[in-house]
Design a protein around this ligand. Sequence first.
Ligand code: DAT
Length: 174
Amino acid sequence: MSRKLPNIIVTGTPGVGKTTHCEALAQRTGLRHLSVNQVVKDKGCHEGYDDEYQSWIVDEDKLLDAIEDDAKEGGCIIDWHACDLFPRSWIDLVVVLRVDSETLYDRLAERKYPEKKMQENIDSEIMEVLLQEARESYDEEIVVELTSNTSDEMESNVDRIEAWLRQWKEDNQA
Ligand code: DAT
């Protein structure tokens, strides 16, 4: 696979800080923040809206078609609360963000999530659902778990991913 730049997935339960991390990373590194939520909305990669959960019902085939060219070119930071749908060959690093449940509760309450959706997300975080999904879907060496409770942690996470990117560039020079 001859990408000039790597593709990174930033995943985790809604509210862990994916968007915040991806925006900071995109600004610092020049990589593209690929918000799957935005792509699903903008390119109609869904089968409608689920009112109870207040989220789109994603059509994964359409989504993969919509991002394939970008992914093949490389340099994408893919921001999504699932990671098992992307072909392994596209992905160089999988960052799973984690957060304490009380902090997550506060963040989701602020978003006014419906009670059921809020509880399911908190359970999912406690059960490490996304971490398991990442470990089952990708080689262990490329999956990194990072905590995102505070802005200091976010800063150090971004530093770490930036350092990883520098190393990737060195290792993959043409
Ligand atoms: P996600 O994209 O995973 O749903 P987000 O980036 O929108 O999450 O963050 C949800 C809220 O939490 C938002 O108000 C920013 C805040 N937040 C995220 N990560 C944080 C961190 N590490 N420290 C402090 N606040 C954080």
